[in-house]
Design a protein around this ligand. Structure first.
Ligand SMILES: O=C(O)CCC(=O)C(=O)O
Length: 289
C-alpha cells in the first residue's frame, strides 16, 4: 500500500481559504517556509548553547532510576516556569550516569523557553505566529509551553499516539500545537505522523493532577484513529496541530538528529483547567502578542 502524503502550503505571511479548508478537513496544516533559514539557524545554535551550559552532574538525582523518583516529578512540574532539560531514556544508566556525550543525550528542553530565552522569545512572538493563530480563529492566543525536541541520532525516543488536549485541557478545547522543524524531519529520523481528520474523534484521555503526582483518566474507550500519514518537514516548515488530532513520532535510529521547536497555545477566552500538569506561578502570567 502506498503511504499517503499530506497537502502542503507555502507560507506567505497570511492564512488563506485553502489553508482553512485543509485545517478543517485534516486537523493539521503543513506550512513550508514558515520561519526563515536565519531564524532556524539562530534557534538551532541557541539550543546547542543551552545544552552546552547545562550542568548535568548537578541533576544526577533527577535523572536516576529512569525518571520515576519524587525529584524527577518535582523537576518536571517546575519546568512549567523555567528552562529544564530531559534526557533520552537510552542515554543514561540506572544511576543517572551518561552513556552518551551530553550534546547527544538531551531528549528535550522545556517548557518556558518562549518567555525566558531571548532568542526563542523573540521568534515565538513574531508576526507570522500571530497571523496564523488569529487566522485559525484564536481570539486571545496565549503561548503556554515551549519545547526543543532533539530526537537524538540512534536513541531518539518515540512519542506515542496522543491528542494534545489530553495534556493541555481548556473549556472549550483550544489547545493548538505549533511544531517547527529546526532540521529536516524525515521518515528515517522520526518525523511526525498524523491521522487526517482524526481531530473529529472524541477526546480519549485527560492527564490530571492527583496529589503531588499525575494520573491518566479515560474519557472515552476505544483506540484512536491510526496515524497513517507522515508529515516530513524541511527545516523552517511549521506543522500546525489541532488539540484533538492523534499524532505520533517514531524512534530515531538514523545517524541524524531531528531538532524541532514546539509551542502550544491556548485561547485566553477559554477556562484553563486547574487539573492540568502545567500551572504557571501568579507572577508569570501567560503572554500573547
Ligand atoms: O516532536 C515530536 O516528536 C513530538 C511532538 C509532539 O507530539 C507535540 O508537540 O505535540
Amino acid at each position: 500500500m502506498n503511504t499517503p502524503t499530506a497537502d502542503r502550503f507555502a507560507w506567505q505571511g497570511h492564512y488563506d481559504q485553502r489553508m482553512a479548508a485543509a485545517w478543517e478537513r485534516d486537523g493539521y496544516l503543513v506550512l513550508d517556509g514558515f520561519v526563515s533559514p536565519e531564524d532556524v539557524a539562530r534557534m538551532r545554535a541557541r539550543a546547542d548553547s543551552l545544552i552546552e551550559d547545562f550542568d548535568i552532574e548537578a541533576h544526577r538525582v533527577v535523572f536516576s532510576a529512569k525518571g520515576q523518583s519524587h525529584a524527577a516529578s518535582d523537576y518536571f512540574m517546575k519546568s512549567a516556569a523555567n528552562i529544564s532539560f530531559f534526557l533520552e531514556e537510552e542515554a543514561v544508566d540506572e544511576d543517572g550516569r551518561l552513556l552518551k556525550d551530553k550534546g547527544r543525550a538531551i531528549n528535550k528542553i522545556g517548557h518556558a523557553l518562549h518567555d525566558l530565552d531571548p532568542v526563542f522569545a523573540d521568534i515565538s512572538h513574531n508576526a507570522d505566529f500571530e497571523a496564523l493563530s488569529r487566522g485559525i480563529g484564536m481570539a486571545d492566543p496565549l503561548l503556554l509551553q515551549s519545547m526543543v525536541i532533539c530526537k537524538q541520532p540512534y536513541i531518539g525516543g518515540e512519542v506515542n499516539t496522543h491528542q494534545d488536549s489530553t495534556f493541555i485541557y481548556t473549556e472549550p478545547e483550544t489547545c493548538t500545537g505549533f511544531w517547527l522543524a529546526l532540521e529536516d524531519a524525515t521518515i528515517e529520523n522520526g518525523c511526525m505522523w498524523a491521522a487526517p481528520g482524526g481531530h473529529k474523534a472524541g477526546l480519549r484521555q485527560r492527564f490530571v493532577r492527583d496529589g503531588d503526582g499525575m494520573n491518566m483518566i479515560t474519557l472515552e474507550e476505544g483506540a484512536l484513529p491510526e496515524c497513517t500519514t507522515p508529515l516530513p518537514a524541511r527545516a523552517g516548515t511549521l506543522v500546525l496541530l489541532h488539540g484533538r488530532l492523534p499524532h505520533l513520532s517514531a524512534p530515531n535510529r538514523s545517524a541524524s538528529s531531528r531538532y524541532a521547536y514546539a509551542v502550544h497555545y491556548v485561547d485566553g477566552t477559554a477556562r484553563y483547567a486547574a487539573e492540568n500538569w502545567l500551572q504557571r506561578p501568579d507572577d508569570m502570567p501567560l503572554k500573547g502578542f
